[in-house]
Design a protein around this ligand. Structure first.
Ligand code: HBI
Length: 361
């Protein structure tokens, strides 16, 4: 450890939509876990403020009770900020307020109004990792307001995602990363496709099922069912599609299925902030076929590590599936290893933290 690269005392405050390990937190759960793991490996001290019932027993958690926050993507753009009684979000941030003097930096992983609003009331620095694109006017406004005061403290995953907030300031773009060693390369896939993600309208699963029905290539579906009626509707609309739902799997189990697929299909209806599943797929050597929308459009090297398709075009997906022979699966794995490793992720986040604290690494 060089003299200037200081050991930090970090307090990570989780997303309040579900216990860590439940899958309800979507991509931000994996992001939080990976950054925490890498900061600990680098010798920083870390505490994670997590919802009660979190199951990450290999991480330093403080579990806070309270009622979950409504997921932001189910709200209207003009929806007012809502707080349930005995709000978990409020309880987590009251804890953070009480212990803030014990830490050099607090890092917020919630896509909620409160932590952004509270920032000027804290005497400790707070970094915000914005985990989704623009969804509501109230959230846009509070992010805009904070970006004016502390532009270095608002981090995004991709420029496309940051652009949805139309900020005047240029804020840090952090990409994302995974522990590539957890994903096993496979050179000879089976005749099957993968779709991985929260089963909810913004993820556009129906298009992947439609493509599976048209090509008659089996589709392995993995992820948390967040919207049951949406899932039921898909099953009714595509009764003959050869899909199989495998549930919400651990990273190890998911990659065991993913790696044997010809491709991952990504069908986002919204501007996906990043798309963790895209780099998980690349790590397995699996090309990604995705709508040219949001994070995946900045990750996939069109024609080299997958294909970018006209948004919402099922024929586009089918055409890309027919061209998969053009992709060298080893190139996919290599991109994950160079751009999206834990080392690359850790450098980006550590440099962000040092910059906020004005420590020159
Ligand atoms: N909704 N209100 C709210 N707060 C969050 O932190 C949140 C969310 N919806 C989804 C979500 N976080 C994560 O799944 C994404 O950030 C990836």
């Amino acid at each position: 450890m060089t003299a200037s690269a200081k050991t930090l005392k970090l307090l990570f405050v989780s997303t309040p939509v579900g216990p860590l390990g439940s899958g309800l937190g979507g991509g931000v759960e994996l992001t939080l876990y990976n950054i925490a793991q890498e900061m600990i490996r680098r010798g920083h001290q870390l505490q994670i403020v997590a919802p009660f019932g979190s199951t990450w027993n290999d991480m330093p958690l403080v579990q806070i009770p309270g009622n979950l926050q409504i997921i932001a993507q189910s709200q209207e753009r003009t929806a007012p900020v809502t707080m349930p009684e005995n709000s978990l979000l409020a309880n987590m941030w009251d804890y953070a307020r009480q212990v803030q003097a014990d830490y050099d930096l607090i890092v917020n992983f919630a896509y909620d109004w409160l932590p952004f609003y509270l920032t000027p009331f804290f005497h400790q620095a707070i970094a915000h990792l914005v985990s989704m694109g623009s969804l509501s006017n109230a959230q846009d406004q509070i992010i805009k307001q904070l970006a004016k005061q502390f532009p270095d403290t608002i981090g995004f995953h991709t420029q496309t995602q940051a652009d949805t907030f139309a900020l005047e300031q240029q804020c840090p773009i952090l990409s994302n990363g995974i522990d590539v060693s957890l994903y096993d390369f496979c050179s000879q896939p089976k005749q099957q496709l993968a779709w991985v993600g929260r089963i909810a309208p913004e993820k556009g699963l129906e298009d992947a099922v439609a493509a599976s029905q048209s090509t008659n290539i089996p589709l392995k579906i993995m992820g948390k069912i967040q919207d049951e009626s949406y899932w039921q509707q898909i099953q009714q609309n595509y009764p003959n599609a050869p899909w199989e739902y495998l549930g919400f799997l651990s990273t190890h189990e998911m990659q065991q299925v993913m790696r044997e697929c010809q491709a991952l299909l990504m069908t986002p209806r919204w501007v996906e902030a990043f798309g963790n599943v895209a780099i998980e797929s690349l790590a397995c050597g699996v090309p990604v076929i995705s709508y040219r929308r949001g994070g995946p459009a900045e990750i996939i090297q069109d024609g080299k590590t997958g294909f970018l398709v006209e948004p919402d075009s099922v024929p586009g997906l089918i055409d890309a599936i027919a061209r998969l022979f053009q992709i060298d699966r080893k190139t996919c794995r290599q991109q994950a290893q160079t751009e999206f490793s834990l080392l690359a992720l850790g450098d980006r986040f550590e440099n962000w933290f040092y910059k906020i604290l004005d420590i020159h690494g």
